[in-house]
Ligand binder design. Structure first.
Ligand SMILES: [Fe+2]
Length: 192
């Protein structure tokens, strides 16, 4: 446990830990994008930016060891993270982002924020890739909301999970705008 940190781990250590467990660059980019959106969400809801950001960054840390078994996704992460002193709040939100697989229920603002934030990254990346320059900077909120309704577009991205933004009183438009703005800031880092 690193003293003085609400998250229980510094951002640098969290990224290093993530890279020890994930080898797929796209997955690491997904985690960095989720972090960026969660930081913006924390600011919007007046929550601790570091805690929410690190939850976004670490939420899929066990993905490569659990992708054959969704019933362990989040539970394995909890073991890894608790042994590193990561805060219980973060670990709970990470487990609950796979509430479906673990037989849990999402109930808190943090739970819903993490779930909709990590999910919308997929829709935004898929939308950016439609454009000739493949850059997030050129993506307008409307391009994303329109594709949200096109069922066959990026069909693996759960619209239901994205719409959990409404459970925390954000309209889809508002959530898309915030997410695009957050991802645009780290676009270069994730090659978009
Ligand atoms: Fe994820």
């Amino acid at each position: 446990m690193t003293e003085g940190l609400l998250a229980g781990i510094s951002r640098d250590d969290a990224l290093e830990l993530l890279k020890m467990h994930l080898k797929n660059e796209k997955l690491i980019s997904h985690c960095i994008a989720s972090e960026a959106i969660m930081r913006a969400m924390a600011n919007k809801f007046d929550k601790d930016e570091e805690v929410w950001g690190i939850a976004g960054l670490l939420h899929d840390i066990d993905y490569e060891i659990t992708n054959e078994d969704p019933g362990r996704h989040g539970a394995e992460a909890a073991g890894i993270l608790l042994s590193k002193g990561v805060s219980k709040d973060i670990v709970e939100a990470i487990k609950n982002h796979n509430a479906e697989g673990l037989g849990l229920e999402r109930s808190t603002l943090f739970d819903h924020a993490l779930t909709c934030s990590e999910t919308i990254t997929g829709l935004i990346v898929a939308t950016a890739l439609v454009y000739p320059d493949k850059k997030i900077a050129g993506v307008k909120p409307k391009s994303v909301t329109k594709r949200m309704k096109t069922r066959h577009f990026a069909r693996a991205v759960s619209r239901e999970r994205i719409l959990e933004c409404e459970k925390i009183d954000m309209t889809l438009n508002e959530f898309v705008e915030l997410s695009l703005g957050a991802m645009a800031k780290i676009a270069e880092e994730i090659g978009l």
